[in-house]
Ligand binder design. Structure first.
Ligand code: 5AD
Ligand code: SF4
Length: 397
């Protein structure tokens, strides 16, 4: 999501004459787009800001823009602590970003925006914000309630991207499958996007387990262009902890949803939090057993991080050594998942979208090495002959 927001902000800078550079020394401006979902992410952004102090001192005309969720959370406090900051642009007001740029008087007036050619694989934001209130999560307070973009606008953007060479679209939203615009549901939108000429593959992230309904499965069955991979954060394998997290589902319901998706050919990856304040050893073991049962292709594991203002931040923290120990046990368990799921692909026939010379991804999101002569952007049918670590070796059919 931040990647897509950065692209959007960059377009507004482009309209005011900016171009991209990889070298800090030759830059006139730096845009830092930040995350605050865990303390560590926020820390990294702020320490980078600290390092920019010297860069700014060397030439006070240089511009620093601090944007995104940490900017939203810390707001004015930041400008007090770092007076050399030129613009603070919180995540809630990304629509106001052009106004902020103009008000600052630091950029020339906006001209026509000529977007750079979109990537073969591009993102499209379809909704912002979140209406859930998971007790550990800061997102609703920094991104605000759900706002769905009009379906017509989304389709127009995707048609334009496809006409300029995009083959794969990833629809983005905090609870992306809760999308609704009037009569258009998420399943309807997926269907329309998969029908756009030139689009070969449609992905989306991140869905909420509760919104995986039959109409999604029906549309997936009808549209092979809907990629057979979903990333569904489970967060915990204990129904008790899930309830305390206010996730809205039980372990059993989650496993039921996964089963239905797998029966439809989907591979599944997930996010897991360890060390939620009320997590007992028994709860943690339930998370371990859920990983065994669910058959994820990958799991991103995080140590619980208290976020100011969230209900869970009022609770007594577990001792750090317990958090560390649980994380390391879980990481050990999930390390093997990728190898197992890559091996399971051997002997199957897959379609690969070639994204780089001699390399692409299957619909279920596995990387595959293909014949170097396959044109980039093409979709080819292959037989998977072997797997080494996280790479499949494919033969053209
Ligand atoms: N502590 C640790 N992990 C968190 N996440 C969200 N909030 C927290 C928190 N307070 C994780 C969740 C989510 C992912 C993006 O970050 O697993 O799915
Ligand atoms: Fe946070 Fe829960 Fe919303 Fe996800 S669904 S963004 S975890 S509040």
């Amino acid at each position: 999501m931040n990647f897509a927001d950065s692209e959007e902000m960059f377009l507004h800078l482009c309209a005011r004459g900016a171009t991209l550079t990889d070298h800090l020394e030759s830059a006139d401006a730096v845009l830092i787009n930040t995350c605050t979902v865990r303390d560590h992410a926020e820390h990294r952004a702020i320490s980078f800001l600290g390092r920019l102090m010297k860069w700014k001192r060397e030439n006070p005309k240089r511009i620093i823009i601090f944007a995104g969720c940490a900017a939203q959370r810390l707001g004015k406090k930041l400008q007090k602590r770092y007076p050399f900051l030129d613009i603070v642009a919180g995540a809630k007001s990304i629509e106001d970003f052009p106004t902020l740029l103009d008000k600052s008087g630091l950029f020339s007036p906006a001209g026509q925006v000529i977007p750079p050619a979109p990537n073969l694989s591009a993102y499209t934001t379809i909704m912002r914000g979140c209406d859930f209130k998971c007790t550990y999560c800061i997102v609703p307070s920094v991104r605000g309630p759900v706002k769905c973009l009009p379906a017509e606008m989304i389709l127009k953007e995707i048609i334009e991207k496809a006409a300029r060479g995009t083959k794969e679209i990833t629809l983005l939203g905090q609870t992306v499958n809760a999308y609704k615009d009037g009569e258009t549901s998420f399943a309807d939108l997926l269907y329309h996007v998969s029908q756009v000429p030139g689009i070969e593959r449609v992905r989306f992230t991140s869905p909420h387990p509760l919104y995986f309904t039959q109409d999604f499965l029906d549309v997936a069955k009808r549209c092979p262009k809907i990629a057979r991979h979903v990333h569904i954060p489970v967060q915990s394998g204990s129904s008790k902890v899930l309830q305390e997290m206010k996730r809205g589902y039980t372990r059993e319901l989650f496993l039921e949803k996964i089963r239905a998706l797998k029966d439809c050919g989907f591979s599944v990856s997930t996010d897991i939090i360890v060390g939620f304040p009320t997590e007992t050893q028994e709860d943690f073991e339930q998370t371990l057993s859920l990983v065994d049962e669910a058959g994820f292709m990958a799991a991103y594991c995080f140590k619980y991080s208290p976020r100011q203002g969230t209900p869970a931040a009022q609770m007594q923290l577990l001792p750090e050594n317990i958090l560390e120990k649980r994380l390391s046990i879980l990481l050990n368990k999930v390390r093997g998942l990728a190898d197992v799921s890559y091996q399971a692909q051997v002997g199957t026939v897959q379609e690969v979208l070639v994204e780089q010379p001699g390399k692409g991804r299957t619909s279920s999101n596995y990387w595959a090495k293909v014949d170097a002569s396959c044109p980039i952007g093409s979709v080819i049918k292959v037989a998977i002959e072997k797997a080494e670590g996280t790479l499949l070796f494919a033969r053209n059919l």
